[in-house]
Design a protein around this ligand. Structure first.
Ligand SMILES: [Zn+2]
Length: 345
């Protein structure tokens, strides 16, 4: 990436544009020469002569059913606190802060993002299944109890020490997806969402086994198993009482997650089975225990991008937040959002 410095010229110009900087709450004293920039892949071009005000974010608070405007950095604290255990290593929390900030800014309408498509005129919502989780200070007090001060100051330190830092790939904000536990290897984006995204590549993610949800099991009776599958696919025919012998052609991704499998005469996607039986991930195997089917699941979440438990394991090894992020998001750069907005790429 190329950074242009305007030196004396910028100081001179800053005197002229200072009033507008104050109006827009923009802290930089440098000016852009380029007037438009696409900051978000597939997003709208942003007119930089108007200095987009990105520091206030419009958030739809799902559990309160209301919209709130808040300072971006305060919002990021609420996301880190909601998305990652406060006991995690500080470098893992810092990596989470940069991921959370990048995600939010890539969604921000002011920067050309599409916003949260569930709620009009909103940048992000707090539904973890849709945008990213977020908790208010009040909720965190309830969650952490007497540890509130300690944990909130730790989260604040992680966010403040990475203030304004975002991840870019070819000068556009990335889509920094993350998940709890990959199960030992992360996924290629195209194996989960069809679209090949160059920085979302499958990487080994060691050290996750310490997570209590690394390996989980779901037990269902054979009758229940068949009933649920038939609810999804009424045409399903199972000819044997031995259900396991009817499960064939399991196709797995590079990370070991089930892409598709054939049960009886029907092909299911791994995702469908995950949804039907409430599994933590699509990395599963079947076994039989008397009349029950035991589904053993490895990992938690979609497996794409940064593994949060993997990030913590890397931090324990002494890796810094930027090394963690560059490991899980291949080929990215970490820059200050202000520098990106100065449009010198
Ligand atoms: Zn949303």
């Amino acid at each position: 990436m190329r950074y242009l410095l305007y030196g004396v010229l910028s100081i001179f110009l800053s005197l002229i544009i200072l009033p507008s900087i104050v109006i827009f709450g923009f802290s930089t004293h440098e000016v852009s020469v380029e007037k438009n920039l696409v900051l978000v892949e597939g997003g709208k071009s942003v007119k930089l002569d108007k200095l987009p005000s990105y520091e206030v974010i419009r958030v739809f608070i799902t559990n309160q059913n209301k919209i709130e405007e808040m300072q971006l950095e305060d919002y990021v604290k609420g996301v880190v606190a909601a998305e990652m255990p406060a006991e995690f290593e500080i470098e893992a929390l810092k990596a989470q802060a940069v991921a959370a900030r990048t995600y939010a800014l890539a969604k921000e309408v002011a920067l050309g993002g599409k916003g949260c498509d569930l709620h009009e005129g909103v940048d992000v919502c707090t539904d973890p299944e849709h945008c990213q989780a977020w908790q208010s200070v009040e909720e965190l007090k309830g969650k952490w109890g007497e540890n509130f001060e300690k944990y909130y100051s730790k989260i604040s330190q992680a966010v403040d020490s990475t203030k304004g830092l975002v991840m870019v790939y070819q000068d556009a904000l990335i889509l920094p997806v993350y998940h709890a536990i990959s199960g030992g290897r992360t996924e290629n984006s195209e194996d989960v969402w069809q679209k090949k995204i160059p920085y979302l590549r499958s990487v080994v993610s060691p050290g996750e086994e310490v997570a209590s949800k690394y390996k989980t099991t779901v037990v269902v009776s054979q009758a229940e198993f068949v009933k649920k599958l038939k609810e999804r696919q009424p045409s399903l025919k199972l000819t044997s009482n031995n259900i396991l012998s009817e499960i064939k052609n399991i196709e797995r991704t590079q990370a070991g997650h089930v892409k598709t499998l054939k049960i009886g005469d029907v092909t299911f996607e791994g995702k469908e089975i995950k949804e039907l039986f409430g599994l933590n991930s699509t990395n599963f195997t079947f076994s039989k225990q008397k009349d029950d089917i035991v589904i053993t699941v490895i990992g938690y979440g979609h497996g794409v991008g940064m593994s949060q438990y993997g990030a913590n394991a890397l931090a324990k090894e002494g890796k810094k937040f930027d090394e963690i992020l560059k490991y899980y998001y291949q080929g990215i750069e970490i820059v200050k959002i202000e520098d990106l907005l100065k449009g010198k790429h």
